[in-house]
Design a protein around this ligand. Structure first.
Ligand SMILES: NC(=O)c1ccc[n+]([C@@H]2O[C@H](COP(=O)([O-])OP(=O)(O)OC[C@H]3O[C@@H](n4cnc5c(N)ncnc54)[C@H](O)[C@@H]3O)[C@@H](O)[C@H]2O)c1
Length: 436
């Protein structure tokens, strides 16, 4: 098949990854159809409405829709029949045993197969374990006789900066078995002007798990050192700045706090742990990282209960419901582990977030000690304990002295964003991470 320039592309799964990819490829002049089984999502996207909070994405989406290069559908026939490149970007949550749930990847492979153009390239962008292309290939071959190519091009974007990460990637990893497929995918990714690493599909898939697990390891490492600091008089911030000057270590990406959350790190570490066990790598680092991360919040809350003279009856402002700033994604957000424990201990919780309230109201039940409030002010009203869970700028740049009442109050700075001396000067008790 002769590939057109620009190309005709289908993106299956228009979640966080799929929409950004579809809009980005369309912005370079490719004809792109985004496909999802969620009719409401497709209808919204076609109108230029992004169904989640991602800075810059509404603008990119609208400009790509305006060119006429981008459309959305729920119809596999329409999306696949003319597509030279088909990108599968559906979700791959982890199952209870930690393995990757490939149900959606397999379902989309089955649904696309009968409409495949001869020579089309099917790209798995979803995060999947090495070997997944074999099962995808088997499924597709059951439904078509046409010759096609398979590839793995994992996604490395970060929610909150997804548009700039996609438009200016650190690298594009192209996992292929044939040089001709590599050429097609290099051409498609050329406008990103990024370094392209062409490897086997298995290496591409492992690179994705390895990258996320390495970052999760840095977070967990910082948290363990922080725990030890709390018993020694050392300060985690000072320790990290000292070790960061070692060029082998670097001062980037140290996040002492509540552990890692979100839609990727927890599941990817669990999936790598499971995969490592399957191939006989026991014990393995990922198992320890996963366990430490799962115990992180319960351990912190145990200490917090003591430090604030018992949470029972306390009014607690929980600031930050998303898993990190600049997103409304609440998948594995710290508040989901923290709020039930606060309530269990008898606290009365007011939760607030600048972007995630609509999501929170869908997945959390108010009453029984929890209310989700519309303003930052309401959350802070009469609070005994202010818990700064997510470093949204409006939380960390706020002068809390205006909220000081004539009672003992604590600020729990779970991201070490405030100056302890300033907080104490305001009249609050300061609780941080990795410092006495
Ligand atoms: N979210 C991130 O920050 C991120 C970053 C890098 C990689 N990834 C990986 O990318 C993949 C997608 O993640 P996401 O966060 O975009 O997921 P998501 O849950 O936001 O979106 C997945 C979409 O796929 C759709 N879908 C499910 N089954 C389908 C089918 N059979 N046909 C068509 N559409 C279908 C769903 O309706 C949903 O809209 C995952 O493997 C994830 O691990 C995610």
């Amino acid at each position: 098949m002769l590939y057109s320039d620009p190309m005709t592309v289908a993106v299956i799964g228009t979640g966080f990854v799929g929409v950004v990819s579809a809009a980005a490829f369309a912005s370079f002049g490719n004809t792109v159809i985004g496909l999802d089984i969620d009719e409401k999502k497709v209808a919204d996207l076609q109108l230029g409405i992004v169904p989640f909070h991602e800075p810059g994405l509404p603008e990119l989406l609208r400009s790509s829709l305006d060119t006429g290069n981008l459309t959305f559908t729920t119809d596999y026939k329409k999306a696949i029949s003319n597509a030279e490149v088909i990108i599968i970007a559906v979700g791959t949550p982890s199952k209870a045993d930690g393995s990757a749930d490939l149900t959606y990847v397999h379902a989309s492979a089955e649904a696309l197969a009968k409409y495949l153009l001869p020579g089309a390239v099917v790209v798995v962008k979803s995060t999947v374990p090495p070997g997944t292309l074999h099962s995808v290939d088997e499924i597709i071959k059951k439904h078509t006789d046409v010759a096609y190519e398979l590839a793995s091009v994992p996604e490395f974007l970060k929610e909150g900066t997804a548009v700039s990460d996609t438009m200016n990637p650190d690298r594009v990893v192209i996992g292929v078995s044939s040089p001709s497929t590599a050429e097609v995918l290099k051409k498609l990714h050329e406008p990103f002007k990024a370094e392209m690493v062409v490897v086997s599909p298995e290496s591409a898939q492992m690179a994705k798990y390895a990258a996320n697990s390495y970052l999760a390891t840095r977070i967990t490492f910082a948290n363990q050192i922080a725990n030890i600091c709390e018993h020694t008089g050392a300060q985690i911030g000072e320790v990290l700045s000292a070790i960061g000057l070692d060029q082998r270590i670097g001062s980037h990406y140290w996040y002492p706090g509540l552990g890692y959350g979100g839609s990727c790190f927890p599941k990817d570490v669990r999936e790598l742990k499971h995969f490592a066990e399957q191939v006989g790598e026991v014990p393995n680092l990922f198992s320890a990282i996963n366990e430490l991360n799962e115990n992180r919040i319960p351990n912190i809350l145990k200490n917090l209960d003591e430090v604030v003279d018992g949470l029972n009856g306390k009014k607690v402002a929980v600031l930050g419901l998303s898993f990190k700033p600049n997103t409304d994604d609440m998948r594995e957000a710290p508040c989901l582990a923290i709020i039930p424990k606060l309530i269990e201990k008898g606290a009365m919780v007011k939760g607030y977030d600048p972007a995630a309230l609509p999501v929170a109201r869908k997945i959390m039940t108010e009453g029984n000690g929890l209310s989700l409030v519309d303003t930052f002010d309401e959350a802070l009203e009469d609070a005994d304990v202010i818990m700064l869970l997510v470093e949204w700028p409006e939380f960390i740049n706020f002068d809390y002295s205006a909220k000081k009442l004539s009672k003992k109050q604590w600020i729990f700075d779970a991201r070490n964003q405030l100056e302890p001396q300033t907080v104490r000067a305001w009249g609050f008790e300061y609780i941080g991470i990795g410092q006495k």
